[in-house]
Design a protein around this ligand. Structure first.
Ligand code: NAD
Length: 480
């Protein structure tokens, strides 16, 4: 058999070998689906949806609840798999699995909350005899495309609500981290969910993506990933629903009255969680002029003290980047900023695909790093002197996922939270705070639509209206 090594990927015809980004060891293999496989998956999903479109809500809910239970029982095996195939440390992976159990439980519960309501048709003159209601119906076939950085919970954020709403789902996980997703999908096979309502296609987006995305039988694409792929999907999808969970460059603003210890703890975690490969990553830390020097010094001390190393060791704080190409891309962004006059406060070093925690200041606003998502362990410190300046700096990029504000002043908190152009503002937390039940998504270049189980389930369903035109007197009259 012919084998070629391309970056972090060993290619065997028809298969994808999943490598641990830490040491290049093989974690597992999955099939590399072809265009024909993608077409077959859509055929099968369409037929399964037609057969099971009236599948009772209790069957869908029980399947989701059962998978949440099985996942909890196998949580340590799942955590180790996430930590091996991807970039997370074992502690980060355990947290992801616990959240995923919750996402699936929420999805099971959401089945019974997907209700409609009655419509007062008699409000319109001439419609006095009409009564009716609307209810939620599934869309049909939903294609879910997921990124590498949260390889399990972001999968659950798509397949959980899609099944809750009664759709047939085709999941396409990232080709570098498909194994935890595959194991999750296998858990569904142990429930009463009919075959075909959930399928997984492992393969490269460049090979099978267009076939899945452009098929008119697919009614929705739920995509989480980078802006470039998101734009491409939007251009070729045709008439269908789109959910786009894209990247960001999240700001965190620290005012002089903030609880400094709280702001430091939260910003360090938000900046370096998953080695910065996190859409909620604290990319820009805006510090009031009066606290800048002291906060910057402590932030760098904490960043430098993070233990970077073996992902499976409980003591490790930060793992590698997904591949050397991603680490080199980040290095180029940092070098470009330094060449344009930025100050390197700590880090800036790359070793293979490990990029050490890095803090920059005095970044020229025209540099690529000032606008682009870094998606790695680099944070830029900026000064501000007034509330208006902080708001203007925070809003200055074409991203708007989440932001954080640290202040004890309620008036400032409300004013700034209202003025920030993004999908969520965390007050006295970093941008990197999320629970799986809350609405989640971005404005501007950060995307379209909202996830969070209840919101996603609504986006993954349609509203159907029923109206009964009742006659004043009907045939079967009685003596009453
Ligand atoms: P990516 O865009 O490279 O890949 C995402 C998915 O798209 C993968 O499954 C990939 O195989 C697939 N894909 C690639 N080409 C395709 C095509 N032509 N058609 C269809 N699918 C295709 O993103 P990534 O590197 O895995 O993830 C990082 C990005 O995801 C970052 O920008 C990050 O901010 C973003 N992200 C956003 C959120 C959010 O909730 N907003 C969460 C996590 C990650």
């Amino acid at each position: 058999m012919v084998m070629t090594i391309v970056e972090n990927e060993v290619q065997i015809p028809g298969q994808i070998v999943v490598l641990d980004p830490q040491d290049g060891s093989t974690v597992g293999t999955v099939p590399a689906a072809s265009k024909a496989d993608a077409e077959r998956a859509v055929d099968f999903a369409s037929r399964a949806f037609e057969s099971y479109r009236t599948l009772p809500a209790n069957v869908r809910s029980s399947a989701l609840a059962e998978v949440a239970k099985l996942l909890h029982e196998e949580r340590e095996e799942f955590s180790r798999l996430i930590a091996r195939e991807g970039i997370k440390t074992i502690r980060e992976a355990r947290r992801e699995v616990a959240r995923c159990v919750n996402t699936l439980k929420l999805s099971a519960e959401e089945v019974s909350r997907l209700t409609g309501e009655t419509i007062p048709f008699d409000q319109a003159e001439g419609s006095e005899n009409r009564v009716g209601y609307y209810r939620r119906i599934p869309l049909g076939v939903v294609v879910a495309i997921t990124p590498f950085n949260d390889p399990l919970n972001l999968v659950a954020h798509k397949i959980g609500p899609a099944i809750a709403a009664g759709n047939a789902v085709i999941l396409k996980p990232h080709s570098e981290t498909p194994l935890s997703a595959q194991r999750l999908v296998n858990l569904f096979a142990r429930t009463g969910l009919p075959a075909g309502l959930l399928q997984m296609l492992t393969g490269r987006g460049s090979e099978i993506g267009d076939t899945l995305v452009s098929d008119p039988r697919v009614r929705m694409i739920s995509f989480t990933g980078g802006k470039d792929v998101g734009k491409h999907i939007q251009a070729i999808a045709g008439v269908k629903k789109l959910a786009m969970e894209l990247g960001s460059s999240c700001p965190v603003i620290v005012f002089p009255d903030a609880d400094e210890a709280l702001a430091l703890d939260a910003s360090i975690s938000g900046a370096f969680w998953a080695a910065g490969q996190n859409c909620l990553h604290v990319q820009r830390l805006l510090l009031h002029e009066t606290i800048f020097d002291d906060f910057a010094r402590q932030f760098c001390q904490r960043a430098t003290a993070l233990r970077v190393g073996n992902k499976l060791d409980d003591a490790t704080d930060m793992g590698p980047m997904i591949n050397e190409q991603a680490a080199k891309k980040l290095e180029a962004l940092v070098v470009d900023a330094l060449d344009s006059g930025a100050s390197l406060l700590c880090g800036g070093r790359r070793q293979g695909n490990v990029f050490f925690p890095t803090v920059l200041a005095n970044v020229d606003p025209t540099c690529a790093i000032a606008e682009e998502e870094v998606f790695g362990p680099v944070t830029i410190l900026e000064r501000f002197n007034s509330v208006e300046e902080a708001i203007a700096k925070a809003n200055s990029v074409d991203h708007g996922l989440q932001a954080g504000i640290f202040t004890r002043d309620l008036n400032i908190a409300f004013r700034v939270a209202d003025a920030l152009d993004c999908g969520g503002v965390m007050i006295n937390d970093s941008s990197d705070f999320r629970i799986d039940a809350m609405p989640f998504g971005g404005t501007k270049g950060s995307g379209i639509g909202r996830e969070g189980v209840a919101h996603a389930a609504r986006e993954m369903s349609d509203v159907k209206t029923y109206c009964f035109n009742l006659q004043q007197s009907v045939g079967c009259e009685t003596d009453l």
